[in-house]
Write a protein that binds this ligand. Sequence first.
Ligand SMILES: Cc1cc2nc3c(=O)[nH]c(=O)nc-3n(C[C@H](O)[C@H](O)[C@H](O)COP(=O)(O)O)c2cc1C
Ligand code: SF4
Length: 435
Amino acid sequence: MAELQTSGIFAPGVIEDIQAKAESGLYSIRGFGTLRERRWATFDDLTFLPCSLTRIPLEGYREKCSTKTVLGTRFAKKPIELDIPIMITGMSWGALSFNAKVALAKGAASAGSSNTTGDGGMLRAERDNSRTLIYEVLPSRYGINIHHMREADAIELTIGQGAKPGTGGLLLGSKVSDRIAEQRDLPIGVDQRSPARHPDFLGPDDMIIKVEELREATDWQVPIFIKMGASRVYDDVKLAAKAGADVIVVDGMEGGTGASPAIFQEHTGIPTLAAVCEARLALEDIGLYGEVQLIISGGIRDGVDAAKAMALGADACYIGTASLIALNCNKPIYEDDYRAIGAAPHACHHCHTGRCPVGITTQDPELMNRLDIDQGAERVRNLLRAMTLEIQMLARSCGKSNIHHLEPEDLAALTLDASAVCGIPLAGTRKVFGK
Ligand SMILES: Cc1cc2nc3c(=O)[nH]c(=O)nc-3n(C[C@H](O)[C@H](O)[C@H](O)COP(=O)(O)O)c2cc1C
Ligand code: SF4
């Protein structure tokens, strides 16, 4: 019998998508991050060049390699000091359950790192369990509270996210429980779409006033971060630096989300690798590289991705999805409940449904109780530690006594694309392609 052939253009997933739209008249929304594997340059297209004869490596057990990370040295009286360069990104209480928020705070604190609030404001238990807490100021203003802001160790003015640049937040009604509705001043059970733009400024000129307002509100004590989705990164980073940011966060196309239109995850913004290269160049070109710190996020999976981002110019990395995976996201347990939402372990991106089988992205008390806070915190701490050890190991092998001394010279490109994007010679040649 002749082999059955599916179309490469109208592939099974495309057919299902068209038929779903034909039935509902709606576009598709989902959580997680980019799903399609595409031919773009990623961190996997780079390799480290450890020492052999031209440089001397450091001994793993005997020679120190510092991981201390200081952020916000430009204007803030109290820059943030972390033991490690991997931080937990902003994820809202609403998208995440209470247990997930507290587990992330505890895990980050015990690893000597930070965690970040999210759309919807701060939880008291989050502050109480954090060592360093970054407070997000988003266009929605949900849950915003000046007293909470003054308790924070840094403020993050969020312009956008990598998973949905140019659009606002999204929380489907199934997650707007009575507690979330109260915190955000919303009706219970109704879909919530937050604005794409901040109501108090339009563009970079009046954003300067907003940054000043946040500084006044916090008495110039804590760093002001500006977070953006990676789009026109070169210009946007320059504008954010000009507006007075101490720290700039660039969230690449691969960035995760609790809910976003699927087309935005797949077809908007630029990849994280490209974003870090453009961001560094922008800061170098205005003479602020090193003075304004850079945090990179979007699809960071392990210490290798983070070390490559740091060698290319990042001072630190945020992780979101990886930290949720540490909390058991996509783990093969409660398999019937994955099936009930049309998912399966290792193939779940159904955070938007509010029916997370492992208790992370849900407001249902029964599901949430599947996530034990202390066990979750320990797993998050272990992941942060293991990632930091990986970065340290790579740095030592490149002869660095400080992970922040990793540099583009420590890398070679494995593809022409990566060579062109990163300005790094292609392995086996001494040439940077695309120059
Ligand atoms: C469940 C979830 C909720 C999120 N909520 C927010 C939010 O409230 N505010 C925000 O700026 N970004 C939010 N994000 C995006 C993250 O802050 C970050 O930019 C992204 O997750 C980084 O990519 P990664 O998940 O691949 O590490 C959320 C992400 C996830 C996975
Ligand atoms: S397991 Fe939960 S957190 Fe992970 S993708 Fe599925 S719904 Fe989202």
